[in-house]
Design a protein around this ligand. Structure first.
Ligand SMILES: Cc1cc2nc3c(=O)[nH]c(=O)nc-3n(C[C@H](O)[C@H](O)[C@H](O)COP(=O)(O)OP(=O)(O)OC[C@H]3O[C@@H](n4cnc5c(N)ncnc54)[C@H](O)[C@@H]3O)c2cc1C
Length: 465
């Protein structure tokens, strides 16, 4: 955004490779490509910004699995979230009509809805549409799923998607995440990046270079003083890091507000090199890129509540991705990769390997025998690899009702800080976590607006996604 508007842009990245939560590495054995963080790029495809950048020209190719999601149950079947609403609804028994009534109108208007949701709080351009979404989204996932659906299959499907929020499923607004994820599955799909998520980050870096920008890796910045007179400065960090970077420059009131910012639960993640595909009891689960393991709404809600209360559930809700089934470039011929994580209390160092693998084994007996190698990261290790994941929180802070739009603090322009020319552009700003680029987009717009007020950069032009 800044480079397109005529600014000279340099990205300083602390790690050896660009990408942050969008990187890949050989975490287990040679020839096995693992995404260290994100794999499923529905938000990138649905993003009003990323969907319009020429990323394909720079090597980003989304690969769509046969179905976005499978949710196996103990009866040996799997609830399938398909690309089509009617095909999904057909698998939901008594809730077929209710599912169609809920999602068909939202999917019809997916583009304007996503445009409104992937943005800071602003007057709605489509109030009726937003109202239809908001009445359900503001609710707790538990209350929403129980009131809209009567069967276990639809309730379980929604519960698994809502659990991505990292909130208790009894918390207000936890329904929103599930509804947006399901909407994304129907509207744009849940693809993976051929060759690994690193390709998406590299495509963005290549696009920046094509606009004259530069990227310097291995440049961990520890103080704003290191940045000299550069302006504007956009910081892809969370509030805690901003306090450290700014030293004593921040006004006390703003610093105190940043210090009150709340981080959410962390994740414990496993990456596996596998000798074969996961042997799901429900064979249809092999058509899905993502698999949710946690059984019923009641079980998932209890597990997520335990995490919110600071405990480690015995049977955690597990999110699993099996990308090599659809992208064979990620593993040697006949071999596979998969990852899974569960939520844990922030900063937890408890080893959840056995609990996660027991959940996979429950729905895919024989899975453990296929493990050729594994890499494990507790939430402290997740933060060590990326300082933005404070205590293992992958969303840059709790996405509660209070912090959804007023992240990191309540300000007319949440991206701005009291320091002239210094902006926040991480997932600690609206619209929050996920690989959609929209925090950066809105931060850049705020910076461009301010710099236009004080005189435009050479060659500057107006930018809209
Ligand atoms: C295991 C896991 C799975 C996930 N799965 C998905 C998924 O499938 N789909 C999805 O959409 N999202 C997913 N996410 C979430 C997504 O990755 C994050 O929400 C998103 O990357 C956050 O973007 P960000 O810009 O805030 O931070 P990051 O992407 O974390 O980028 C911050 C960057 O800033 C660098 N940095 C920080 N401080 C400094 C400093 N002082 N100096 C220099 N550099 C610094 C970091 O090294 C990092 O590269 C997942 C995350 C994890 C951890």
């Amino acid at each position: 955004m800044l480079a397109r508007a005529g600014h000279r842009v340099t990205v300083l990245e602390g790690q050896g490779t660009v990408g942050g939560g969008c990187r890949s590495a050989e975490l287990t054995l040679p020839g096995f490509v693992h995404d260290t963080c994100s794999t499923v790029h529905s938000l990138a495809l649905g993003s009003p910004l990323l969907s319009r950048l020429p990323l394909a020209e720079h090597g980003f190719e989304p690969v769509h699995p046969g179905a976005p999601l499978a949710h196996p149950l103990d009866d040996g079947t799997a609830v399938m979230l398909e690309r089509s609403v009617p095909a999904t609804a057909a698998g939901l028994g008594p809730d077929e009509d209710a599912y169609r009534r809920l999602f068909e109108p939202l999917v019809r208007d997916a583009e304007p809805l996503l445009r409104q949701l992937l943005a800071p709080l602003r007057p709605p351009r489509h109030p009726l549409l937003l109202g239809r979404f908001g009445l359900n989204a503001i609710r707790s996932a538990d209350g929403f799923a129980r009131s809209r659906f009567e069967g276990e299959r639809a309730r379980a499907l929604l519960a698994g998607c809502c659990a991505h929020s990292l909130l208790s499923l009894r918390a207000p607004v936890s329904a929103a995440f599930g509804i947006v994820l399901v909407l994304g599955a129907h509207a744009v799909g849940w693809p993976v990046a051929r060759g690994g998520s690193q390709r998406l980050a590299e495509a963005l870096a290549a696009h920046l270079r094509s606009l004259g920008g530069a990227v310097e890796t291995g440049r961990m910045v520890s103080s704003l003083d290191e940045l000299g007179a550069a302006a504007p400065i956009l910081l892809d960090v969370t509030p805690r890091q901003l306090i450290g970077l700014a030293g004593d420059r921040l006004p006390q009131r703003y610093e105190r507000a940043l210090a009150r910012y709340r981080y959410g639960p962390g994740v414990f993640k496993l990456d596996w090199a596998l000798d074969g595909p996961i042997p799901w009891t429900a064979p249809e689960a092999a058509r899905a890129g993502t698999v949710h393991l946690g059984g019923t709404l009641a079980e998932i809600a209890a597990g997520e509540q335990a995490v919110t209360d600071g405990d480690h559930p015995e049977r955690p809700f597990v999110l699993l991705v099996q990308p090599s089934l659809f992208d064979p470039t990620r593993a040697p011929a006949g071999k596979h990769t998969a990852w899974a994580y569960c939520h844990v209390p922030n900063g937890s160092t408890r080893d959840m390997t056995a609990a996660i693998e027991a959940q996979v084994e429950r729905f895919a007996p024989g899975f453990r025998d296929l493990i050729a190698a594994r890499s494990a990261m507790d939430s402290a290790e997740v933060e060590r690899r990326n300082p933005n994941y404070v205590g293992g929180d992958i969303n840059g802070g709790l996405q509660s009702l209070r912090q959804l739009f007023t992240r990191p603090v309540a300000r007319a322009v949440p991206y701005s800080t009291p320091l002239a020319g210094v902006y926040l552009c991480s997932s600690s700003t609206p619209p929050g976590g996920g690989v959609h680029g929209m925090c950066g987009y809105w931060a850049a717009r705020a910076a461009l607006r301010a710099s236009r007020r004080s005189g435009p950069a050479p060659g500057a032009r107006s930018e809209r996604p």
